[in-house]
Ligand binder design. Structure first.
Ligand code: ANZ
Ligand code: ZN
Length: 851
């Protein structure tokens, strides 16, 4: 028997699928649709094992749904704008477009080798002018619909490279390239009004019941809805100060006020206070990331001003503090030292009162906070008319009195900020507006879109190449004709990935989307991707879907009905004596079986298994695996060992095991078919073994289908192993029943392994003589009546000792069971001539014969 040749067979079937346009999807309202999407890759150069895992999982779902009769859309594209292309331009002097499209060509080839059931006719890259031109058009629609605005805001500024930095480009408070400490600067930036949808984006999470709970929680925390009070404090001689608090119950514990460095009051006071001015500048150094804010030492500057507590005759000192953010709430707070750790540390540092106003149950009124703030539940005290109330009741009471007195307003606040989308970079989608001294901001007329990136740019100095370009930004104002300037900022690349799923519905449309096509395909039924995108990408896509609905491009609110987040692919790490990391491919085992470096035989230190990463070199190149073992082996291994949401440990042994199984499956089918002729019609009678095999067949169909639907691919793998063993163990006699059962089993084995190992399955299907390709065949139907266990194995005891076991029909009559038991040859030997005193029958289990 010939071995299965994965290399030949995979190329053959990939060509057949391609020639037949097997995976090209067309809208067909008469059929139910199923849209499967994996997060599209960034074209970094080559695919990695994380991609293989992600796309294999999606492909199993897509192929299964297709077999179940769905009209499946399973597209692929490229998230192609972003910094790495510009870095390549700077480091290797290659144009970002060339770098990007060459990477895409290479990676497309790699993905095609995996045998994914993708509709390549819909492919696009977000850097295609055709795509980003539509994005620009949509942005103009958003402008018309009041979803866009421009305002000054703080950015990370690299004072050496003279450029704005994205948060990711700030490493430990310094610019990633220059290494210079980052400053904050105010620049005019474009914003999308995601906060208009904050409440809805939050509440609609409850309906996303096909999303992982943890992702919904992360989004909820990010949106950060809180209910609290805006409370107004009078300051003699100044405007009243508005604070936002979620703990109005602690008002009698207030020890002082704090305002942000960018608060109007701080800015005003700084005008004739150089020390305060210096303090404000100090606050502005050190980047805008939340992490940076979290980490820094909490500092304040006493303004000398006092605010009046609204409920009692007490003055509260006002500080400018570096931990209060202007962008959150009102940019001002009252501090309650005893019930907030940050406030407590601040109070200790600056000698403010610590007034304890909440005591835990069981504590007396002498309870007081010293070093550790009390933030748990309890009862109010030291608080006049709040004394004795619970925290919740006290909050409500303070809110009521503040509103009645006209110095407060109950409010809902969100942590979510509007989305700043301006990037001072070249390799992104140009923002389609023009700045005219006479007319202000003028949108580029739609018939002049796309605003294309210029090709001739240089990266020889820091900053934005579009800004440095000699001619590109100089245009005439579309409105008055005077000399004007193009916007040189480009979009945050998260915009590109916020609507690509919609573009796939009609990738060639002359509008951002063809509404009929989008109405047919959306929402995405199953989205698969990494949990690292649990917050931003998914939230932005949810917002974009709503914004696109507002401008009448879409009809749905939510883009992704089902979401699955896959685990990572991990591998052991290796180091030589000098501590350098080593690639697994550069190692081998010596005669003693010890892992050594190939080139010098030196022993290596094996470290624990962690996520594959280039920096630790614990990576395995998918292409090498596919060349050596075939795509089906790689796919099978990806699915086999761990539940798909968990991390998977990549091992050589595991891959070899998967490869051996492809060979075994092949042998099982070839051997099984050898000389097998089975009637097309189901015979009336089946022997015991045939019935058992049929039960296995139908149980396998049902459980593998269910496990695919539930993303339990490792269980599918386990079931297919069991099923293949059962088939190998089946020795058919010459009866019609046996032949039929065997052929049925082999057919179904091939069919249910197809989503995981599509090439091998096609080859086996062809070998079995079926017409047409397996990928077009329907998923087999599991017949419930054949899945029932209708025999039981009964233990036969003589005087309490097990002497025989007999398979009998389930739920048989007791007298009948007794008769069969007594007729057994073995039992007759043990009973001999002894008179039978009693026979006890425990239904479906035991027969005990007492002699
Ligand atoms: C008084 C108070 C007493 C507070 C207490 C907390 C504990 P969340 O839940 O995140 O909404 N806060 C408000 N605006 C702020 C800003 N711009 N920068 C820094 N902190 C700010 O948190 C709301 C709480 O965070 C508010 O409630 C406020 O401090 C603080 F025992 O007010 B609290
Ligand atoms: Zn003008």
């Amino acid at each position: 028997m010939t071995r299965y040749n994965a290399g030949l067979s995979e190329a053959k079937w990939q060509k057949i699928w391609q020639d037949r346009d097997t995976f090209t999807a067309t809208e067909d309202p008469t059929r139910p649709k199923y849209y499967v999407l994996e997060m599209f890759p960034y074209p970094s150069g080559k695919i990695h094992m994380g991609h293989v895992r992600n796309y294999t999982q999606g492909d199993v779902v897509a192929r299964y749904r297709r077999a179940k009769g769905f009209n499946v859309l399973h597209p692929m594209g490229w998230d192609a704008f972003g910094m790495p292309a510009e870095n390549a331009a700077m480091e290797h002097n290659v144009h970002p477009a060339k770098w990007t499209y060459e990477n895409i060509d290479h990676m497309r080839g790699q993905l095609k080798q995996m045998g994914l059931s993708l509709d390549w006719s819909r492919e696009f890259a977000t850097c295609d002018p055709d795509y980003y031109g539509q994005e620009q058009k949509m942005f103009l629609d958003f402008m018309d619909s009041d979803l866009v605005y421009r305002k000054e805001s703080w950015v990370n500024w690299d004072p050496v490279d003279n450029t704005v930095l994205a948060n990711e480009q700030v490493v430990d408070g310094c610019g990633w390239r220059s290494g210079a400490p980052v400053e904050r600067r105010r620049l005019s930036q474009w914003f999308l009004k995601i906060t208009d949808y904050a409440d809805e984006l939050n509440s609609a999470l409850n309906d996303l019941d096909r999303w992982p709970e943890k992702v919904r929680t992360m989004q909820q925390n990010w949106i950060g809805r809180s209910e609290g009070l805006r409370l107004f404090f009078d300051i003699p001689g100044e405007d009243r100060l508005e604070v936002y608090t979620t703990r109005p119950d602690t008002i009698f514990g207030a020890c002082g006020m704090a305002v942000a460095a960018d608060h109007p009051l701080a800015e005003k006071l700084a005008q004739d206070n150089p020390d305060l001015q210096a303090f404000i500048l100090e606050c502005r150094a050190g980047g805008t990331t939340e992490e940076a804010m979290e980490k820094m030492e909490k500092k304040g500057f006493d303004t000398g001003l006092k605010a009046k507590s609204p409920f009692e005759d007490r003055d509260l000192p006002i500080y400018v503090a570096n931990f209060v953010l202007m962008e959150y709430g009102t940019g001002a707070i009252f501090m309650s030292a005893a019930h907030d750790q940050r406030d407590l540390d601040f109070a200790h540092k600056y000698g403010l009162d610590v007034r304890t106003v909440i005591r835990p149950d069981g504590e007396s009124d002498s309870f007081h906070v010293d070093k550790e703030a009390y933030v748990g539940p309890g009862t109010l005290f030291n608080s006049q008319w709040l004394d004795g109330l619970t925290i919740e009741a006290a909050k409500a009471e303070v809110i009521r009195r503040a509103e009645d007195g006209g110095f407060g307003k109950k409010t809902i606040n969100f942590r979510l900020r509007d989305w700043g989308i301006s990037r001072q970079r070249y390799w992104g989608c140009p923002i389609p507006v023009i700045h005219c001294d006479a007319c202000g901001i003028v949108p580029v007329p739609k018939d002049q879109l796309p605003v294309k990136l210029p090709d001739d740019v240089s990266f020889d100095r820091p900053g934005n190449p579009l800004e440095h370009h000699p001619t590109w930004k100089h245009v005439d104002c579309p409105s008055c004709g005077a000399a004007a300037r193009r916007e040189t900022d480009t979009f945050d690349t998260f915009i590109d990935s916020s609507w690509y799923f919609a573009r796939f519905c009609s990738p060639k449309s002359a509008d951002p989307v063809d509404k009929a096509a989008a109405d047919y395909w959306l929402p995405v039924d199953q989205y698969v991707g990494g949990v690292e995108h649990a917050i931003l990408h998914l939230l932005y896509s949810r917002f974009f879907t709503r914004a696109m609905k507002k401008v009448d491009l879409l009809s749905v609110d939510e883009p992704f009905d089902g979401l699955f987040t896959q685990g990572m692919v991990c591998h052991e790490t290796y180091q030589n004596a000098a501590g350098d990391w080593l690639f697994p491919a550069d190692l081998t085992r010596n005669d003693a079986g010890v892992l050594v470096e190939k080139h010098n035989g030196a022993e290596v230190t094996v470290g624990r298994s962690i996520k594959m990463s280039k920096s630790k070199k614990n990576v395995v190149d998918p292409t090498e695996i596919i060349d050596q073992y075939g795509a089906d082996t790689a796919r099978w291994f990806m699915l086999s060992d761990s539940p798909p949401e968990r991390d998977l440990e990549w091992t050589e042994e595991g891959v070899e095991g998967a490869w051996r199984f492809t060979q075994r499956l092949w042998r099982t089918v070839i051997t099984g078919c050898d000389g097998l002729t089975a009637a097309a019609d189901e015979p009336a009678d089946f022997g015991k073994a045939a019935a058992a095999l049929r039960r296995m067949t139908h149980v396998s169909i049902a459980s593998v289908g269910k496990d695919i639907e539930d993303f339990h691919f490792n269980n599918c793998v386990a079931q297919i192993y069991k099923f293949a063993n059962a088939i190998s163990g089946f020795k058919p006699d010459r009866s019609d029943g046996d032949a039929y059962a065997l052929r049925e089993a082999l057919t179904c084995l091939v069919q249910i392994s197809a989503p995981m190992m599509p090439h091998l399955a096609e080859e086996m299907w062809q070998h079995m003589g079926y017409d047409g390709i397996l990928t077009d065949a329907a998923w087999p139907v599991a017949r419930p009546e054949l899945m029932e266990q209708n025999t039981v194995t009964i233990a036969i005891q003589v005087k309490g000792k097990l002497r025989d076991t007999i398979d009998m029909a389930k739920d048989m009559d007791k007298a009948e069971v007794e008769k069969i038991a007594l007729a057994s040859e073995k039992i007759r030997q043990f009973v001999g001539d002894n008179p039978i005193r009693k026979v006890i029958v425990v239904p479906n289990k035991i027969v005990n014969i007492v002699i």
